[in-house]
Ligand binder design. Structure first.
Ligand code: CAA
Length: 261
């Protein structure tokens, strides 16, 4: 199964598991994660959720580039809608979700972590929105949620350069709240989630929803703009070049001064 599930101390641990592709999110994984999140939220024995990745290298290396390589704008929008729906689900569940980021959290992987209520990371974690490096842009909420979690300047630097930041830098900018050695990460994340799960479920859920309002502003309009703009990227030659270059393991050659395919 692309998303494994177990319950520990009233905490549902959901593990993204597609190790050969560094847990990159396929449509099947997104659907599976959606189902697992809803099941955990409904389970009366579960008071919190931990989301992590299989192995020691990646939490999730992003949306599946293979799925997008030859996608039309319409297909890209459908993929963006699905990723957004899962991120919105995480953010909107009554049950709090802790991201235990155990390695690369890139692109859609960083965006899923950003939708979680709390993020903790292993010392080898790397966060990034590298979409511009492959000719596109964040499409699962990153253009809004990264700035909300950190600052607009830090978010723009990450998104416009595509640079991945190490765990200590992520900590210093508030992207994560704790960094642990890799071999302690999951236990510490479960401990944190269990301490939430021991609380009064209604009050905890209500507090989560109110905290979501803390930064103000309705995300509906920017999220729709993000989906549209992500889709528009798939009408450019830079998207094909960026994604082909990734699979050909070479540097992309983007067009100077604009793009039209
Ligand atoms: N989609 C599909 N396959 C991926 C993938 C992805 N996002 N990330 C990694 N893989 C695959 C690689 O193709 C490779 O497969 P093969 O063994 O068959 O060649 C395997 O995972 C291992 O990856 P690498 O050989 O590249 O491993 P590395 O250690 O050299 O590099 C990495 C690791 C830096 C994470 C690199 O894999 C990488 O840059 N991955 C892509 C990251 C990325 O661009 N993510 C954003 C995707 S777009 C997106 O997410 C849009 C959005 O907003 C929704």
């Amino acid at each position: 199964m692309p998303v494994q599930q177990e319950v520990r101390d009233a905490v549902a641990v959901l593990t993204l598991s597609r190790p050969k592709a560094l847990n990159a999110m396929s449509v099947e994984m997104l659907n599976d994660l959606d189902t697992a999140l809803r099941e955990a939220d409904r389970d009366p024995n579960v008071g919190a959720i931990v989301l992590t990745g299989d192995g020691e290298k990646a939490f999730c290396a992003g949306a599946d580039i293979g799925h997008m390589l030859e996608a039309t704008a319409q297909e890209a929008r459908t993929f963006a809608e699905l990723g957004h729906a899962v991120a919105d689900l995480i953010e909107g569940l009554d049950t709090p979700v802790v991201a235990a980021v155990n390695g690369f959290a890139l692109g859609g992987g960083c965006e899923l972590a950003l939708a979680c209520d709390v993020r903790v990371a292993s010392d080898n974690a790397r966060f990034g929105q590298p979409e511009v490096s492959i000719g596109v842009l964040p499409g699962w909420g990153g253009t809004q949620r990264l700035a909300r979690a950190t600052s607009i300047g830090f978010a723009k630097e990450m998104i416009l350069t595509g640079r991945a930041v190490k765990a200590d830098e992520a900590l210093s900018f508030g992207l994560v709240t704790h960094v642990y050695p890799q071999d302690e990460l999951l236990d510490r994340a479960v401990e944190l989630a269990a301490s939430i799960a021991r609380g009064p479920a209604w009050a905890v859920g209500a507090a989560k929803h109110l905290c979501n309002l803390a930064l103000g502003g309705d995300s509906t309009v920017p999220f729709e703009r993000e989906k549209d703009t992500f889709a528009l990227a798939f009408t450019t030659a830079d998207q094909r070049e960026g994604m082909s270059a990734f699979f050909e393991k070479r540097a992309p050659e983007f067009k100077r001064g604009g793009d039209a395919s």
